[in-house]
Structure formats: structure tokens, C-alpha cells
Design a protein around this ligand. Sequence first.
Ligand SMILES: [Zn+2]
Length: 382
Amino acid sequence: MTTSHLRRVTGLALAAAASLSAPLAAAAPAPKAAAISLPADDMSPAPGASGDGADELARRQLSQQPFAPTNVDLFSPRFYPKAPPYPKAPPYPEGPPPTQSTEAKIVRQLKKTFTQRFHGNEPGIEAALALYRDPVLKQKVPDPNLRASLVVLKGTLADSSINAIKNGPFTAISWVPLPSGMEGAHAITGPDGKPEIQVSDRYKNADFRHLAVVLAHETLHQHPEATNPANVEEFIAHSLEALIAGQLYLEDPGLATQGTELARSINSALLLRVNDRDTHGNLRLLTANASNITPGGGPFATFVAPADNGYYAPHGRSTPTPGNKQLRSFVANVTGQNVSAFDDATVAVLDTHQKIFSPRQIIQLARILQLVIPKPIRGSGG
Ligand SMILES: [Zn+2]
């Protein structure tokens, strides 16, 4: 590998370089809803209100100004300068000590997650757990925490990441020493000319559900030949990874408060995603209903804003790259729409067609991030 192949992967805290993806011959998969069934939030609907009524109340909350954090320590110091700095040198205090990250504990958490996600359906749970023991995945991803990170994507909007490793094109996922403060992981072209994923060993003890967000992002980059500092591919990957995090956070809100660099980086991307909304309360990427979607910090005008000075310039200033199976599947799961490439057209679809979270679930995510949530305004709320 060379440093020119490095690419930034997770969170929006740092600038990134990204590059070309190879086109895939395979046909786009049929759009389907992600299998994951997310728990309803704990906001009790008004007496007699239907689910739709509760969503309408949530929408009236979401149509209001971006929500301010009550605890800026959950986020990146780039977003909130009062937040503690990220660790700068090894040993990185990322995650619990290694003794707490035993394989037995990882498997227990994996089983717990699948039991919740598949509503106790034994065949579904077993099939998902079997992926962790899959011989091909064991060979390509020998590390238990990294393999659990991949497998836990089963049933999420990033389900197709698993096949991208199991059946190619990626040949391996492994830990490597990567420079601190630069990136968390990257996809590179290995010696055999095929892509592989390398993750910074400073995340070795991170929760595998946070690492899952990193891996899902990386599987979108599969032909990392060149770097391009103004790359729409990187922006799309960031916008999608925040939604994957949202799915995992709704299952376990405790992921937001682990206090690690990775947790805070992912929280920050999710904060931008939850707070970038239009006046109808819809999640957006390129426009917002306020001038700063990080109240008390930033300022960032939209989800794209932190990226705009780093790696993505929307509307004609970015370089499109060919799509792949993962892109088509992720976007179909989020929007129900078909897309073909990492380009402005796909950004537009993601900007206007988010359907994976209900208004109540977005409010729940705001709660998980400990944001100040206003009361519903009266009236139709748009
Ligand atoms: Zn990337």
C-alpha cells in the first residue's frame, strides 16, 4: 500500500481523499426494504392517536429549528470546541480494555443484537450467527471483533456489505497501524490487484457495532486506484454511514455514550444527519431550515458543509465514479429508488427521498444524542 491510497472513512471530522470505483457487471438488485425492524420510540402517542398521529406530532417537532446538544462531549471537538480532544498518540484508550473484548463477549452481544433485530425468530438468528462462523469470512476476516463488525450488518440497510467480503470483490479486512488524526480505515488495492479493507489498530477494542459503520462505508470503495479530493463517492458514503449508525443506535442507545473517538465521530455524523431538515421535517443533505445545524457549535449550514472544504463539492464541481452493488442496495434500502453511480444525481435522491426512518424514529435518535427536543408546534406542521 502507499499513502496515496489512503482514504478517510468514518465521521465527518476530517478531510478525506477518495477515488475511483470499478463498475460491476452484475445487475442492480431489486429495491427492497432493509430487513431490520426498528423499535418504536418511547414517545407515547396522545390518547387515541394512531401511529400516524404520533408521526404527525413528531413531524411538527422535526419541522422546527435544529436541536441543540445538552452534552457536547458526545461529539467531535471540531464541531464543539469545548468537547475534549481526541487522543493523539498511542496507547489509544479506545473502547474497553482487551480483557473485556473477549470473543465470548463479542458473540454474546452479537446474539443479543440479532435476537432483538429478528424478534426472537430462531432460524433468522441462527442464520445470522452462522455468518460469524462462516469459513470464508473466518479466513478473510480472522479477527473476532472485525468479523462481528461485518456480520452485525445482517438485516441493516448495509446488509450487502457482507457479500462484498464473502463473495468478493474484497479479499480481506485487517488491522493496521494508521497515522493518528488522519483516518480510521481505508480501502486499498492489495498485491493481487483486488481491494481489501484496513482498519486503524487504534480501534482494536472499539465496539463492533461502531466498527460496522466503518466497514459498511469502506465496502462502497472498491477500486481505490486514484485519490480525488473533491469526490462525490466519499460524500455519499458519509451520508449513508450516518444512517447505518442510526439503525444500530435505535437498537442500542448506549452506543452514543461510550465516549470513544469512534463513538463521538459517528455521533457527530448522526447529529448532522438528524439536524439537517427542511421546513417539513424531512431529513436533507444539501439544504436546511436554519443557518447552523450544529447549534452552539460549528457553524455548519448543511450536512455537506463540513465536507465541502474537504472532499465534496456538490453540483458540478465533483468527480463522479462508477457505482457498485453496495451503492445500489444501500440507496434502494434508504430511498426505494434506483441509482447507478456515485454522482450528483444519487446525492439528489438521497437528499430528497429518505424513507428509512419514520419521524418518530428521527426524534428517538435526537433523544439518543441528548438533543433538546421542542414540543410539537400547533397546526398542520406542513
Ligand atoms: Zn471513504
